[in-house]
Every structure is written in structure tokens, then in C-alpha cells.
Design a protein around this ligand. Structure first.
Ligand code: GAL
Length: 297
């Protein structure tokens, strides 16, 4: 409770559901450490944890935005932990800055003098982040880099425990990336950069994760105030509804930094208008808003 809740005192908590309506508390999946020398000691910052299942290693792999205790948002690292089961307990392995020693695939002459060059040896900054797993099992880290100036899309190694140095830059001055794939195209919803306060979202599209990303503008439809604040929320993930092709739920955070534990969620179905993903405010909705899944043969 209170502003003290903006740093980690417990760890990453897990809930599970079989229908998205009823939720079971699975407890703490990754516990912070009481050891003051640990990177995930009490008082560090852990944000936006995401988990993918790696079919080759049979491990659940968690990545999260890690800031080291007492350093504000300067460290800009990714924490990595693994578990044999989705709800954990996860074992903390290490933290990294992605893509150390590699130039982006779309490198420009400016990059060779700019922030990518500055962070070339240590690895690129990674703040707000998400993970995305493609149909062929290839996974990607998508993170705010270069002091939030650019989103980097980085391929993960086959074991999902690192980055082999294959990355591109996507949208500019963005945070809070949330990625999904629809109709063979990759979409990324992001926020602008205004800290805990909500702002207008942008949606980008690309024909491959490491391809060229193009902005399609604001995906929100509604009143100007709703468009300006993304329905008072900041994107955090897009959840594909299991078993229902083309059913996606936009998940956003309504932060309450003065009393962090009181933060809220906004979930809205992603709707498609002429193929363009859009978000509209619905005060009440359930899974029947999605087109019914085709009958199995
Ligand atoms: C937001 C970001 C949050 C958190 C916050 C800190 O812009 O999306 O994840 O880092 O800034 O001020």
C-alpha cells in the first residue's frame, strides 16, 4: 500500500483461470530475495513480467523489467527466471541488457554515433517490455530502449534465455508494448511516455517481427477524452483467447502510483474495422462479443 508499493517487496504473483472469469490465487511465482546483494532484493523494481513456455527445454521462462535497488530507472535491464511449472516457483537466473556487441539489422549511420553506439558494449537499454512467441516457436523481446526513444524488437535464443544479437527498431518514443498476430500480420500497441499518467496509444504493424514497423495511429475509437488517455489506461498485454481464433483481449493498467496496490485493469476486446484493430469502450462485456469459433470437424 502507498507509494512504497511502487518498488518490489514480495515478488511476482500468479493467478490462474480456465475461463477468464474465475481466478485462482496461485501465490508468489518469483519471490524477491532478502539477500541485500541479490539483484532482486527487497526494494528493487520488477515490472511487466511475462512468461513463455519453451518446448525444447520444457521450461517456463519469465522475463521482466528489472531496476536495481536505489538506482531509479537507470539500470534498464531484463531479469530472467525459469520454472518447470507455469505458476512457479521460478528460480532467478540472471539479468541482461539485450544485444550487447551487435548493431541492429536496420542500422543507420546515426546509430553508429548515437545511443545504440553508447550502449553497444554493455547491451541496449530495456525498460517497458513484453515477450512474443511466433507460431514457429521463435520468440522475441520487445522493449523500450535508447532512453525510451525507440522500441527494440530482439529475437531470443532458442532456449529463450538470451538474445543472439538480431534486432530492429520499431516505434519511436513509446512504452508499454503489447504484441499480437492477426491475419499474418504483427501488431504492436504502445503508449507514449508520460510516466504513470495515461496518454494516447499508437498501434504499429509489420509483416514480420524483424521487419519494418509502420504506425497506423491511435487504435481507440470514441470521445476525444477517451482517445487521449486510452480509456484511462496504459497497454500492458494483448491476450489471445485460447481456443478462439482471432479473439484478442487488450489489457491495460490504470496505475495508482500514490497507492500502488490500488492499481486497476482495463480489459477490452479488440475489434476489427476493415481489417484495422480498434478499441472501443464497453462498460460490460463477455466472451460472446467474439465471433464464435468454427465448429471442429
Ligand atoms: C511508465 C511505465 C511503467 C513504469 C512507470 C514509472 O511509463 O510504463 O511501467 O515504468 O513509467 O514511472
Amino acid at each position: 500500500a502507498g507509494p512504497g508499493g511502487n518498488v518490489a517487496h514480495v515478488g511476482v504473483h500468479c493467478y490462474s483461470s480456465t475461463d477468464l472469469y474465475n481466478w485462482k490465487n496461485e501465490g508468489v511465482a518469483l519471490a524477491i530475495s532478502k539477500d541485500p546483494t541479490s539483484e532482486i532484493t527487497d526494494g528493487c523494481i520488477i515490472e511487466r513480467p511475462k512468461v513463455l513456455y519453451n518446448a525444447k527445454t520444457k521450461k517456463y521462462v519469465m522475463w521482466f523489467h528489472l531496476e536495481l535497488k536505489g538506482q531509479g530507472y537507470a539500470a534498464a535491464r531484463c531479469g530472467i527466471a525459469t520454472s518447470d511449472t507455469p505458476a512457479g516457483p521460478y528460480t532467478y537466473l540472471k539479468s541482461i541488457r539485450p544485444d550487447a556487441g551487435a548493431w541492429p539489422l536496420d542500422v543507420t549511420d546515426d546509430d553508429r554515433k548515437g545511443k545504440v553506439a553508447r550502449d553497444f558494449t554493455t547491451g541496449q537499454m530495456a525498460r517497458d517490455m513484453t515477450l512474443f512467441q511466433d507460431d514457429d516457436g521463435t520468440a522475441y523481446l520487445v522493449a523500450s530502449s535508447e532512453d525510451n526513444g525507440k522500441i527494440h524488437v530482439s529475437q531470443l535464443t532458442d532456449d529463450y534465455l538470451g538474445t543472439p544479437g538480431k534486432y530492429v527498431r520499431a516505434l519511436y518514443w513509446s512504452e508499454a508494448p503489447a504484441v499480437f498476430k492477426h491475419d499474418g500480420r504483427y501488431y504492436m500497441i504502445v503508449s507514449g511516455c508520460s510516466g504513470w499518467a495515461p496518454n494516447a496509444a499508437t498501434i504499429g504493424v509489420a509483416s514480420s517481427m524483424l521487419g519494418k514497423w509502420t504506425s497506423l495511429g491511435n487504435p481507440c475509437r470514441g470521445e476525444p477524452g477517451q482517445l487521449k488517455t486510452t480509456f484511462e489506461s496504459q497497454s500492458t498485454a494483448v491476450l489471445p483467447v485460447a481456443g478462439q481464433p482471432d479473439a484478442f483481449i487488450f489489457m491495460g493498467d490504470r496505475w495508482r502510483p500514490d497507492n500502488a496496490i490500488d492499481g486497476r485493469y482495463v480489459w477490452l476486446p479488440i475489434q476489427f474495422e476493415n481489417g484495422m484493430p480498434v478499441l472501443k469502450w464497453l462498460p460490460h462485456w463477455d466472451l460472446t462479443v467474439f465471433p464464435p469459433a468454427p465448429a471442429s470437424k
